[in-house]
Design a protein around this ligand. Sequence first.
Ligand SMILES: Cc1cc2nc3c(=O)[nH]c(=O)nc-3n(C[C@H](O)[C@H](O)[C@H](O)COP(=O)(O)OP(=O)(O)OC[C@H]3O[C@@H](n4cnc5c(N)ncnc54)[C@H](O)[C@@H]3O)c2cc1C
Length: 270
Amino acid sequence: MPQTASTPPLDNAPRKRRPPRRVEVSRVQVLSPAMRRITLKGAELEGFAVNDPASYMKLIFPEPGQTEPTRPLPDGPRATTMRTYTPLAVRPEALEVDVDFVLHGEGPASTWAAQAHVGQVLFLMGPGPGYKLPLQATEHLLVGDDSALPAFETILASLPPTARVRMLVEVADAAEQRVLTSAAPLDVQWVVRGPDNSRAGQALEAALRQAGPSAAATHNIYLACEAGAMRRIRQLLTGELGVARSQIVGRGYWKLSTANHPDHDYGEDA
Ligand SMILES: Cc1cc2nc3c(=O)[nH]c(=O)nc-3n(C[C@H](O)[C@H](O)[C@H](O)COP(=O)(O)OP(=O)(O)OC[C@H]3O[C@@H](n4cnc5c(N)ncnc54)[C@H](O)[C@@H]3O)c2cc1C
């Protein structure tokens, strides 16, 4: 069987990590009050290729007092200040990748993004596999919060004009809403969480309940948000709304009151 990025090695040999790549900030764009688009650029991005939408990568941030993070050794200990982000747009010819950061408040990644400026250095590892988008399906539903918007944009960019896509997105404030595009006909519903993050996912749940079973039942669903909310919404979809488990791909992108939530939380226990 050929090995791919998503299949583990067949023997017991330790999985070889891709070497970290040094990148520099080459552009910072303000997309909305709490969203920054940061372009990372560098010769070490040679060969960086993303095959699936909603893929992920690891970014390594400087420790307090450092101007640049220490380059991790290929088989050395994991960097302590490392977080998971979505490669939004990769431009191999320019050796660039764009990343959208939610400024959610305290946290090394959010704090760094809030002050980011051209010339600052990060290390990047990955990419890891993403969403195996069922391209033969016509009805797609994307449900999630602001942290999943970059992943949703990569899915929107991969859909053909023959597909139809509905999006339900929860943001902290109405000022976070922005124009999204896809080759597929797109219907976006924004819902507002407000400043209290402990309410994460509640506006998504209410909107799904209000829309009723017909809005979800025949769709392929990518669901990505706060980990507890993702589990509650999975249960709502499979219980009240009659969606088959096999129609849902769930991802916990962050977890309330938890730093550095792991990147492989699919919520299949729910
Ligand atoms: C596959 C994958 C792809 C992701 N892609 C992106 C992306 O492209 N853009 C993006 O912004 N995020 C993305 N995330 C989410 C991001 O990894 C987390 O938000 C991460 O915790 C941010 O790190 P931090 O250092 O800012 O906060 P941490 O140190 O991890 O957490 C500190 C505190 O902040 C809270 N917190 C963390 N994230 C959020 C949030 N989004 N909203 C509210 N409170 C939060 C935590 O509950 C904790 O209390 C992705 C996650 C995964 C698993």
